[in-house]
Design a protein around this ligand. Sequence first.
Ligand code: KG4
Ligand code: ZN
Length: 337
Amino acid sequence: MKDIYILAIETSCDETSMAIVKNGRDIVSLTVLTQMQVHANFGGVVPEIASRMHTENITMVLEDTLKKAKMQVSDVDAIAVTYKPGLLGSLLVGIEFAKTLAFVYKKPLIKVNHLIGHIYANAINNELKFPILSLVVSGGHTELVVMEDDYKFKLLGATLDDAIGEAYDKVARVLDIPYPGGPGIDKLALEGKVSYDLPRPVMDNSYNFSYSGLKSHIINVVHNHKQKNEEIRRADLAASFQYVAVDELKRKLELALKNTGIKNVIVAGGVSANKYLRKEIASVCEEYHANLSIPEIIYCTDNAAMIGAAAYPLYQRGEFADFDLNAESRYSSDREH
Ligand code: KG4
Ligand code: ZN
């Protein structure tokens, strides 16, 4: 069978990324240019700056990706691009660039849902075995999804308010950890002890999540300490937050493992880079004799390699996008392809 090379483009938030992916699983080359340091000055992503920086950088990212692969655009079989969900202006930069390449080089265009991309990060250097329980933990989403086959998803539950990554970022902010706070909390928590008593969301028998109560409680704890001029045990608070946040994921995953009997688990999204989460989810899977896949750290956070992996099943089915492809932010059903 002929090898299929897909040039994938990801610009949904603050990373300008491109990759060339062979047969949906081998990464020929990957470039991730992050704007993180710029946005850190503002405590979060500034959409207007993000789209402008994508525009400035995208050609350079393409050149770098091609150079590392020792390939030309004419060598690839298709162009894939993230079209939702994300920041509209940022998505549009990637989409217009992808359309231009597809038009000029006469290649099919493939549209990829960013969340499905995160899930397919687990197909990199790996074979997905269905059915799968998929736990998506990113800056914008927290979901438990059953995947019965390629692109066959059934949502079990999702967050009713904040996503787990958002909670990490907000908690980090009150602890004076620069944006994005997740990696900072991950590190700081290693030095701390779980010693703050924090509230847990009470939704026992559903698969839904809630992180806004936990986040607000921590913000209040920090403010109260500051008002009284008391010292905050930052590392302990970070460890206590992670303990409750990840425990929620564990509880819902256990419930799903029990109720569905599924024996394959994958974790996806930026927060899956978290060391504590990786360890804790691994121990749940061990207990239930389930196979666990979590992407390598570089494929956990936003990158185009996962977009190339997710585009491959669509290429095989001949599901191509038209040139009227448009960006979608996050109000429509995010999991629908
Ligand atoms: O998937 P992602 O890169 O972007 C979205 O699609 O949202 O996820 C970004 C989120 C941010 O909230 C960031 O703080 C979090 O992932 N994150 C982490 C870690 N690395 C990134 N959270 C906890 N521990 C980490 N090591
Ligand atoms: Zn993402």
